[in-house]
Design a protein around this ligand. Structure first.
Ligand code: AMP
Length: 217
């Protein structure tokens, strides 16, 4: 679809269940295409770490694996996008039909393309159980992508931890939230002809090649 055409502003939405690779591939795509990368999960985690008003309001929802209320997330995103001049890769937003409506009506962004990463639930559960992150957001997996020294980030030497929402109970809740609230949104975007489904299982390089192919054709 020519996302590289000059002078055209592109908005790419990356949707997928938890641990489907939205962050990894969304980030890489943004660098590749010279677009801004905006991940609502990362923005929310920064607010929680800073213990500001939004962080306090969001923390319990996040640790229980539920969605933060639309109004809070939409306001946060509008403020973030006010700094963005060109196209953007949106990672983890929208996650509900109401958020998609707000994106079009309040923020004025219609998506150019929606990439949906597809990964079976048993693979997601395995990925989440082994995921370790450093406070600066670098991500590892204990068996599939371990750090050189166990428990220590290769990049900045920070201690690695599990995300507080990567517990077995919360994983189940997050998967069911995805099925109930986000899949209907995917169906709607699909009816609009905007969706490209990408097989998210395999080596990250191979998955990224499929993502890139879906965007650039
Ligand atoms: P993620 O990093 O995308 O897995 O998001 C982590 C958590 O942040 C989610 O489980 C939600 O609690 C919250 N979150 C991230 N994006 C959104 C969104 N668009 N709407 C509501 N909650 C969100």
């Amino acid at each position: 679809m020519g996302a590289e055409e000059e002078g055209v502003t592109h908005h790419i939405i990356v949707i997928g269940p938890p641990a489907s690779g939205k962050g990894t591939h969304g980030q890489r795509l943004s660098v590749d295409l010279g677009l801004d990368h905006v991940a609502t999960g990362d923005l929310l985690r920064t607010h929680v770490a800073e213990r500001d008003e939004l962080g306090e309001a969001a923390e319990d929802y996040m640790s229980q694996g539920q969605l933060v209320p639309d109004e809070l997330v939409v306001r946060m995103l509008s403020e973030r996008l006010a700094d963005t001049a060109g196209g953007v890769v949106l990672d983890g937003f929208p996650r509900t039909v109401a958020q998609a409506d707000a994106l079009a009506d309040q923020v004025g962004l219609g998506p150019t393309l929606v990439i949906v990463l597809e990964v079976p639930e048993q693979v997601l559960v395995e990925r989440i159980a082994g995921r370790r992150v450093c406070p600066n957001g670098h991500v590892y997996h204990v068996s599939a992508d371990p750090s050189e020294q166990p428990g220590v980030c290769d990049i900045d030497g920070e201690p690695l931890e599990q995300r507080p929402d990567d517990t077995p109970e919360t994983i189940r809740e997050r998967l069911s939230v995805y099925r109930d609230q986000t899949e209907p949104l995917v169906d709607r975007y699909a009816r609009q002809g905007l969706v490209s489904r990408v097989d998210g299982v395999g080596e990250p390089e191979d998955v990224y090649a499929r993502v890139r192919q879906a965007v650039l054709g």
